[in-house]
Design a protein around this ligand. Sequence first.
Ligand SMILES: NC(=O)NCCC(=O)O
Ligand SMILES: [Zn+2]
Ligand SMILES: [Zn+2]
Length: 475
Amino acid sequence: MKKIIKNGTIVTAADTYTGDILIEDGIISGIGLKLEAPGAEIIDASGCYVFPGGIDPHTHLDMPFGGTVTADDFESGTIAAAYGGTTTVIDFCLTAKGQPLQQAVDTWHHKSQDRAVIDYSFHLMVSELNDKVLEELPQIIEQEGITSLKVFMAYKNTFQADDGVLYKTLQAAKREGALVMVHAENGDVIEYLVDQALAAGHTDPVYHALTRPPELEGEATGRAAYLTGLTDSQLYVVHVTCAEAAWKIAEARKKGLRVYGETCPQYLALDQSALEKPDFEGAKYVWSPPLREQWNQEVLWDALWSGTLQTIGSDQCSFNFKGQKELGLGDFSKIPNGGPTIEDRFSILYSEGVEKGRITLNKFVDIIATASARLFGLFPQKGTIAIGSDADLVIFDPAAVRILSAETHHMKVDYNAFEGMEVKGEPVSVLSRGEFVIRDKVFVGAAGKGKYLHRKRFEAEAPRPAQAEISGGVV
Ligand SMILES: NC(=O)NCCC(=O)O
Ligand SMILES: [Zn+2]
Ligand SMILES: [Zn+2]
């Protein structure tokens, strides 16, 4: 059925204007003034912004980690994402050493295909890079449309790969047109610091942050950037938390390297002091890399504004406080790392960014959707409002004011990391390929309606580093 969204303020990464959007067969087929189409359902968006649906480039749904499994799976996680204004997620498919890549990908298809309520895709973790993996990789990239590869430089003895694996992954990515993503922390030194802290009897959650200092994130980020230059490849640094890492990315981009970066809402809105909350509550705020001293927040905002960082990922990786975070009672190193963020990513960026004058409306759209679409091979199908693009749209009321809380969120987890935070603006209705998923704040979608997205290879369409974009930034 045709739909026309009327009288909204349409916002893309480039433009802001009042107009109507015609939707046919899930695609935007017209944009104009006073549009009409016989039989079309009319949706009034007066007083609201119409944004392209958010793209969350970093989620962990139904993921085994830290001796347990995330509380949110592809159903609850994508419902919460949709409530929050996100219409596409790209989740991390884990692999184990010796496991055929196709088997790992099939496991992730199995977790997601009958559950997701919005469209989704996968990044592929690379844990080793031997001849078998090298042989299978081109096939996976071509047939599955998985054009981004993830290497962990931390989590020693579980996910961590060595520099040789990272180097060879960058080489393979250059050959195959894939983007290499890194969790950039020096896992070897962290392991040593954690052992020292525990031996000294330091078991509280705050020691998670104290044993992962920003220098170790900056060092790993710089190392990965150097290897990217050496291989003439392309790199995306996930969850950048601090000045030390942002500076390394800025330096690499100044040299003209294809190095990109993401931060997350928790690093923009929370700080290290949260880990000191009494009664083990600090465990709710255990992420890796950890929350940093508050002054880093403005550095990250500057880096987003200047283009040193391009995207915001939720890094959704939720664990209940009761029974899951509590696995680390008496030993901070056993607290499952991660938190529930998928639902509030969009609103926090809008409220803390646009409403507080740190970024413009168009920059907001770029960070929340367009840049990820370009970097991860989804543009222009996703990430913008244009004729021919999927009708993934968010009707957003900028006047709404609400308080984020576990009592009202839709994630299947017993706390909200941003509990009590006031945000301005709210997604009222959300459409995925022209169908309502959220209508007037009520979920009307269905599990299994989300489609798996084959993505294009990394190409020149991705935003290029430019001297101008960093001159006013963090360097
Ligand atoms: N970030 C975090 O603490 N948990 C999720 C896994 C990861 O991204 O490192
Ligand atoms: Zn990570
Ligand atoms: Zn993550």
